[in-house]
Design a protein around this ligand. Structure first.
Ligand code: BDR
Ligand code: CA
Length: 359
């Protein structure tokens, strides 16, 4: 009897030792975004929402590409498209750190150099009266979902505190929400697992300005606050990697052929890239933010990355918003971030095609 019990116990112990100590936990992610339809913020959100490796805890909307009313409408519309209205959308900041700047952005561009890309984001069109008005205007329908009744900055702070050391923040718009969360509750900084950004242009020219990339230029002070916070880990996908991947007319057709869901087919048919490719078949653009989500879904995507102390120039002038990487030590207060320089492009496009099939 005793021998029998011992045998059972030994067998049980053997079985337990063969099992992983804990089941492969999903990565908890909050997406902080200046949301647009599909490429690029939308595809990043859809990829995170669909990835079996990721638990998308919520989407916080920030000004940048779009006013938060437009971004909120777009996030709700796309989550409706994949039946994931359970993912909370929290409306965040609609203003920049430098008060009154948004009204002068066009002038600022003229003063300090125009950049290769004329994009002005929210500064290029009037603020919608509400997110519902933006939804009706853009989709000619009534929204089925709605944002949660909590500000995006509060959403970030509350969730980070509730799950210390577990949450990855994916920052693919301006850093206004993130910087406000850091200022209001600095105790959250050591509790964040890591921050993954799309932003900056470190060893190459900018896009919307000669020296600056859009996300960091739109609110340089906020980007500086975020990058200087002593997070455990910061990973940046700047233009240095994003502009190596060309979104061409052929790629547009390829993506289109993989879309099955009528809501996204319709969205893609009206996407701004369609008009650009119709006008010039040799035109190409980029998929920026999608890289951050793809890396989280499959970390083997990244083929080259190096660590540098980083910063953002906040001197008002031609280098306003320029991202800086220092080859040795950085100025007092700077932190080290991992900058991504190359990804496996075939893998990335396969992931995008598979995502489109699955929508
Ligand atoms: C970045 O700016 C935004 O327009 C894109 O969504 C991306 O996050 C590229 O500079
Ligand atoms: Ca973006």
């Amino acid at each position: 009897m005793r021998t029998g019990k011992l045998l059972v116990l030994t067998l049980l112990l053997c079985l337990l030792s063969c099992m992983p100590l804990h089941s492969e936990a999903k990565e908890a992610v909050i997406l902080d975004t200046d949301m647009v339809d599909l490429f690029d913020d939308g595809v990043a959100m859809l990829m995170l929402a669909k990835s079996p490796q990721i638990d998308l805890l919520g989407v916080t909307i920030v000004i940048g590409n779009t006013w938060v009313e437009t971004g909120t409408a777009s996030a709700i519309r796309q989550l409706e498209g994949i039946n994931r209205l359970d993912i909370p959308v929290a409306v965040g900041l609609n203003r920049l750190t430098r008060a009154g700047r948004i009204e002068h952005m066009a002038t600022e561009k003229k003063m300090f150099g125009r950049g290769a890309d004329p994009h002005l984001g929210a500064a290029g069109y009037p603020e919608p009266t509400s997110w519902q008005a933006a939804y009706r205007a853009n989709y000619h329908a009534e929204p089925k979902g709605q944002p949660v009744n909590e500000h995006g900055v509060d959403f970030l702070i509350r969730n980070i505190k509730a799950r210390p050391h577990e949450i990855t923040i994916v920052s693919i718009g301006t850093s206004a929400n993130l910087a406000a969360a850091i200022r209001r509750a600095p105790e959250i900084v050591p509790l964040v697992k890591r921050v993954v950004y799309m932003g900056g242009a470190f060893f190459q020219q900018g896009n919307v300005m000669p020296a600056a990339e859009f996300n960091f230029w739109f609110d340089p002070e906020a980007a500086r606050t975020a990058l200087r916070a002593p997070f455990k880990e910061q990973i940046i996908f700047p233009l240095d990697v994003c502009e190596k991947i060309h979104f061409t007319a052929a790629r547009y057709q390829e993506v289109k052929s993989h879309l099955r869901n009528p809501l996204f087919q319709e969205m893609f048919a009206h996407h701004w890239t369609k008009a650009a490719f119709d006008q010039d078949k040799n035109y190409y653009t980029f998929v920026w933010d999608v890289l951050t989500a793809a890396m989280l879904a499959d970390p083997t995507l990244v083929t080259e990355a190096r660590s540098y102390p980083v910063d953002v120039d906040t001197t008002y002038g031609p280098s306003y918003g320029q991202s800086l990487a220092f080859r040795g030590y950085g100025p007092e207060g700077t932190q080290t971030a991992k900058i991504v320089f190359s990804v496996d492009q075939d893998k990335l496009w396969k992931m995008i095609d598979n995502l489109c099939e699955s929508l």
